[in-house]
Design a binder for this molecule. Structure first.
Ligand code: SAH
Length: 226
């Protein structure tokens, strides 16, 4: 691992340079992503491709998101402030998969609650995050449409699976002024949306065209029902 450690450092630096070239401007995001090894979230057979800007399989017909998309969504979530460090108290992540986006978000919030509907992925993401000694992420097996932790008002919500229409209910556990970053659309066309809650109203903005797996209802114990 000692030689490969150096190799991964170099390709990780290249990934950060690519993100800059692709238009990611927020150094807080680039800094967090430069500290997180992406290969450990993948099977060893995929390590040589771990720092390319592509989504890769994590099993159960799901994928780790492209580094550019992870960076872009995080950038949108924190864009209203120039503060550094833990900007938020509580963030909710829906569709946490292998936990890579969770690791990035953990740099910006005191507590991250991450919900994933496929149980073996919840177990995998817990292992990955423990390996990195990140302590402020709670993974929960559940359906992100409804299974949010009770009694917590979130500063922001970030989703990595696309509902056909924006799920209005997601505004319920969100504080006033809080932000939801979510892909919305079907398998032909999806757009990254940012919705800001203002009392009972919402302000919606559209960003990049994206391609996420669909946000499904219910949970899966073994990932075989897909
Ligand atoms: N950012 C993740 C990407 C995972 S892909 C990563 O870095 O690994 C999207 C994930 O959303 C999948 O794991 C899928 O199982 C999950 N998902 C889909 N619908 C969901 C729902 N209703 N609730 C929770 N997770 C959901």
């Amino acid at each position: 691992m000692s030689n490969s450690g150096f190799t991964f450092r170099r390709v990780r630096d290249e990934m950060i340079e690519n993100l800059l070239e692709m238009g990611i401007k927020d150094f807080r995001v680039l800094d967090a992503m430069s500290q997180i090894p992406r290969h450990i979230f993948l099977d060893e057979a995929l390590w040589s491709r771990a720092y390319e800007n592509r989504s890769l399989t994590i099993g159960y017909k799901q994928t780790i998101s492209q580094p550019f998309i992870v960076a872009r969504m995080t950038e949108l979530l924190i864009s209203h402030t120039q503060d550094r460090g833990k900007i938020f108290e509580n963030i909710l992540e829906i569709g946490s998969g292998c936990g890579y986006q969770s690791a990035v978000l953990s740099y910006f919030t005191n507590q991250l609650y991450a919900i994933e509907r496929i149980k073996p992925l919840v177990i995998k993401s817990r292992k990955n995050i423990e390996f990195l000694k990140i302590k402020n992420v709670i993974f929960k097996h559940g359906d992100g449409h409804i299974d949010w932790p009770e009694d917590i008002i979130f500063d922001g919500v970030l989703g990595a699976a696309a509902p056909r229409a924006f799920p209005q209910d997601l505004l319920k556990p969100l504080k006033d002024g809080g932000k939801v970053v979510f892909p919305v659309g079907d398998d032909k066309s999806q757009t990254l949306k940012v919705v800001i809650k203002n009392k009972d109203e919402m302000k919606e903005q559209s960003y990049d065209e994206v391609s996420f797996v669909p946000m499904l209802a219910g949970t899966s114990i073994d990932g075989k029902d897909l």
